[in-house]
Design a protein. Structure first.
Length: 295
């Protein structure tokens, strides 16, 4: 099977060609412009490669209700020009193949449970911390959607008393994304995250905010594994700090073998940055009546 993958983002669109075994044959990056400029480039890429199915991991919020009139639309995104855009429809109309569609972070967690370190786990959370913060959640063999899809980057957290930063989120004063995303770090400290590596106070505050959110996920979803990705998490010194704060906040209330082995419970991604692409291959493989269409 020749599969296409499209992992979307606010600054770049990653297109790839591969197969159902997770082999990546080709990967190309396009700049994210307006839909009118970007989407025709993406469609042309996949048309030229004659794929059997396409999987799309899309930035959100998106409509994942197949009974909805706006199924497949990007809905209330602040990204200029992309609000209320029929993203899935554009590809279904242009490509004569099945198209699987989900959030970018759900694609990432699907990549990890299909091809990566989370194989065999019953409940896995993939949290990306970068330009924004989003979560993909896999429970009992399925990606979590619900009435929309998880927006776990906007859970409310407790602000440290000495933190006077107003927050980056236009909707909430003290949500995780507003206080701990890459743009929040840059605005609070006056430099990009990669230039703040040696400043202990930066990462102590970041770890404390992330740990609060993770503790909430532990108590509500009871995941077998939590995977942290995104540009901010390239600061690997965060991992031991986050693990310690989660342990401190839980305060011994939950006792499991997973929590007793924090180094293997809260972990970085395992697929060299390809978890989203590989998840898109799986979305493509499982899309619609793909196997029937191939007969």
């Amino acid at each position: 099977m020749r599969l296409g993958a499209l992992e979307t983002g606010g600054t770049k669109m990653v297109c790839a060609i591969g197969d159902e075994k997770g082999n990546v044959y080709e990967k190309v990056i396009f700049e994210t412009k307006t839909p009118g400029e970007t989407v025709p480039e993406l469609i042309a890429f996949f048309k030229e490669r004659k794929i059997d199915a396409l999987g799309i991991g899309c930035f959100g919020p998106i409509d994942l209700d197949e009974e909805s009139e706006t199924y497949g639309y990007i809905t209330s995104t602040p990204k200029p020009g992309w609000g209320n855009y029929n993203f899935l429809g554009a590809f279904k109309e242009a490509l004569s193949c099945p198209v699987g569609f989900d959030t970018d972070v759900n694609a990432s967690v699907l990549g990890e449970v299909t091809f990566g370190q989370a194989k065999g786990k019953k409940c896995v959370i993939y949290l990306t911390i970068g330009t924004g913060i989003g979560a993909g959640i896999y429970i009992e063999g399925k990606l979590l959607h619900g009435m929309l899809h998880p927006e776990a980057g906007h859970v409310l957290i407790q602000r440290r008393k000495e933190d006077t930063y107003k927050g980056k989120c236009p909707y909430h004063e003290n949500c995780l994304e507003g206080l701990a995303s890459g743009p929040a770090l840059e605005e609070r400290w006056g430099q990009k995250a990669n230039l703040l590596h040696e400043k202990q106070e930066v990462w102590d505050l970041e770890a404390w905010y992330v740990a609060q959110a993770l503790t909430g996920y532990v108590l509500t979803l009871s995941p077998d594994m939590i995977i942290l990705g995104g540009g901010v998490m390239y600061q690997r010194q965060l991992f031991p700090m986050i693990r310690k704060y989660v342990t401190d906040i839980l305060n011994g209330y939950v006792k499991t073998k997973e929590l007793a082995d924090m180094d293997n419970y809260i972990v970085p991604e395992s697929l060299e940055g390809n978890q989203g692409i590989l998840g898109c291959f799986e979305l493509a493989k499982n899309s619609g009546n793909f196997f029937k269409d191939m007969l």
